[in-house]
Design a protein around this ligand. Sequence first.
Ligand code: C2E
Ligand code: CA
Ligand code: CA
Ligand code: CA
Length: 278
Amino acid sequence: AKLAGRNRFCFFTSRMNEEAEARLRMEGELRRAVGTDQFHLAYQPLVEVSTGRAMGVEVLLRWSNPELGHVPPDRFIPQAETSGVIVPIGRMVLHTACRDARRWVEAGHTDLRLCINVSPRQFQDAGFLDDVRAALGNSGLPPGNLELEITEGLLLTERGDVDVLLRTLTDMGILLSIDDFGTGYSSLSYLERFPFDTLKIDRSFMIGMLERQERKVLVETIVAMASGLGLKVIAEGVETAEQLAHLAAINCDIAQGYLFSRPVPAAEIPPLLGRVFR
Ligand code: C2E
Ligand code: CA
Ligand code: CA
Ligand code: CA
């Protein structure tokens, strides 16, 4: 038994070492990747439920590394976040996406909404506001076309000036949305306290929504609450026509998901923006 115990101990430590090594390796690769062409942006259309019109896009970061291959964002974003590399990477996302979106606005999609994910670490960086101003200034994208997606995690940080920062952004004309709603340590009070324009219901709520009565009720209640507060509601992860029909029935404003399109390269976006999904 003693021997088995020790073996198990060895097994655990070597596994921990492997994980730590993998993390360090990814962190190194992330640092080296900044400023190279390893990152690119994918865009996923947002569709107005009542009309079927594609009225916006969410930017989703993609990383392809010569050593590690395609690394999914759920794996590298947390790592980039803790190491701080998300700051220069996020700056690149802002600049590139605003430039792309400006072209689409110029082409006639004047009310386009460009949704960009902002992680708490980025938001807390002293240069964040300047980065946003520079991205808008350099691209010429009107601030009203930009929506920043923020998670509940940011609102829980001890920083006293989150209110001020969010206010400054909305005063500039930028829209704010609360992302992954319902997954974190949700406190409903921040819907009142912070100046959000949009609430995004997390994808996990779409899974089994039509089969599980409790989930159906939750989604319906979130939509009703949000519209009562004057917020637009986006449902993510919409994969079936049945889900869409239900969202239409409960007056959800906007839907996003594989039913309409997967995230695609910028070049594929203009034809999608002209389309009506029915
Ligand atoms: P998110 O903000 O919740 O983004 C939505 C995720 O759901 C995306 O995953 C998208 O590809 C996926 N998705 C959309 N529709 C469907 C669907 O119908 N079915 C299914 N199964 N999935 C769908 P993705 O691209 O892997 O991104 C994962 C997360 O990584 C994002 O979750 C976001 O939190 C983060 N992320 C992505 N890009 C950025 C970025 O530029 N900056 C920051 N800070 N985070 C990012
Ligand atoms: Ca998002
Ligand atoms: Ca989500
Ligand atoms: Ca998210």
